[in-house]
Write a protein that binds this ligand. Structure first.
Ligand code: FES
Ligand SMILES: [Fe+2]
Length: 385
């Protein structure tokens, strides 16, 4: 069936959107079965944001990352290289490490059960008494590797045996924010949120500002929702930017910049706030004066851990007066985040109703329709349009 399309203008740009854009059926937010499929076909196949490089600064430092029932150890080896291993012993399958972060001070990862020992690159170093076992080759029992991708000081992991190449998947991002010199930036602040909603609701919420006039009165003054431009419509990286109304403005309680422009940011970017989602768990927002990002960890079909980070240049972080001023950005985003979380959690509740089958997107939400399609493609599901 041919879908009719309507053109409309956003910021002078012609957009063509299908006349009928239906939302996903409610089961995609409420079903344990579909969630299990998403874990297998999306979270265990796609590139996931794990952390910033600075969070694993020295050889031996590690964090563990839950991905559904899986757990990954991300560790810096003795040569400073980032290594990712499945957190499971090759002897009889014991989880090796239960702590969220720490340091393998001895330079090895030891199983708590029968003391098999792995080096930080994952090679099996010692396995008590296994020499006596005929045909046992230590080389064959290294930790299962996961893949690591590095960009802009961010560390990504991929649990698939043969993932799509990192550079291909992230292509739209790689040179986009060079003026921010992302590797130079450091975490200035972090806010942790636990939310009772499906992970997709957060991605959707982030990619439309149809809700802004009602939900975010202050944000709507600083960046009116009709000032939104999308310039990445397909694939893992989707997003665009919004124009600030104030000259040298930013997303703060008084609308003024919270810090000097980041590194080499200049020209149009001094007036823009960017919003890119990197499917499925990073929301990245370079502002003129700081970078904000969210790392989403899905814990259940109706529960996520969403950590919001603020990045600044160390020259700003090291000046208490500047950091005092920066509180205005933190306060603004904490308030705005909570406004969003409230509606996302209410949507999760509403979607429990069996009377609701599928809703209908507005022309402002075409990007959500694209996001839904990305998810359906990954799951191999076909829905009537
Ligand atoms: S299960 Fe790890 S050493 Fe036995
Ligand atoms: Fe919002």
């Amino acid at each position: 069936m041919k879908t009719n399309q309507t053109s409309f203008k956003k910021r002078g740009v012609d957009y063509k959107v299908p006349d009928i854009m239906l939302t996903l059926p409610r089961e995609y937010y409420q079903s344990e079965g579909i969630y299990r499929e998403e874990l297998e076909k999306i979270f265990c196949k796609r590139w996931l944001l794990a952390c910033r490089e600075e969070e694993i600064p020295k050889p031996g430092d590690f964090i563990t990352i839950p991905v559904g029932d899986e757990s990954i150890i991300l560790v810096r080896d003795k040569n400073g290289k980032m290594q990712a291993h499945f957190n499971v012993c090759r002897h009889r399958g014991t989880r090796l490490c239960e702590t969220e972060k720490g340091r393998f001070a001895s330079g090895s990862i030891q199983c708590p059960y029968h003391a098999w020992q792995y080096d930080l690159t994952g090679r099996l170093r010692a396995a008590p008494l296994m020499k006596e076992v005929p045909g046992f080759e230590k080389e064959e029992y290294g930790l299962f590797p996961a893949h690591v991708g590095l960009w802009g000081g961010f560390v990504f992991i991929n649990l698939a045996e043969k993932p799509a190449p990192f550079e291909e998947e992230m292509g739209a991002l790689l040179t986009r924010f060079e003026d921010w010199q992302l590797p130079e930036l450091r975490i200035a602040h972090k806010i942790e949120y636990t939310l009772n909603c499906n992970w997709k609701l957060i991605l959707q919420n982030y990619q439309e500002c149809y809700h802004c006039p009602g939900v975010h009165p202050l944000l709507s003054q600083l960046t009116p929702f009709r000032n939104a431009v999308h310039d990445c419509f397909e694939g893992a990286v989707i997003g665009g930017y919004m124009e600030l109304t104030e000259k040298r403005g930013s997303m703060t309680m008084d609308g003024q910049a919270a810090a000097p422009p980041v590194c080499n940011v200049s020209g149009d970017n001094l007036q823009r706030v960017h919003y890119y989602s990197v499917y499925p768990n990073l929301l990245l927002s370079p502002h003129p004066d700081f970078v904000l990002y969210h790392r989403i960890r899905s814990l259940a079909y109706d529960k996520i851990q969403n950590d919001c980070y603020f990045l600044l240049h160390p020259d700003v972080i090291n000046q208490p007066k500047m950091m005092q001023r920066f509180q205005s950005a933190i306060e603004f985003w904490d308030m705005t985040n909570r406004q969003d979380w409230q509606v996302c959690e209410q949507m999760q509740q509403g979607l429990k109703s069996h009377r609701f089958k599928r809703g209908r997107y507005s022309g402002q939400e075409d990007i959500l329709y694209a996001l839904d399609k990305e998810g359906l493609r990954a799951l191999g599901h076909k829905l009537p349009e």
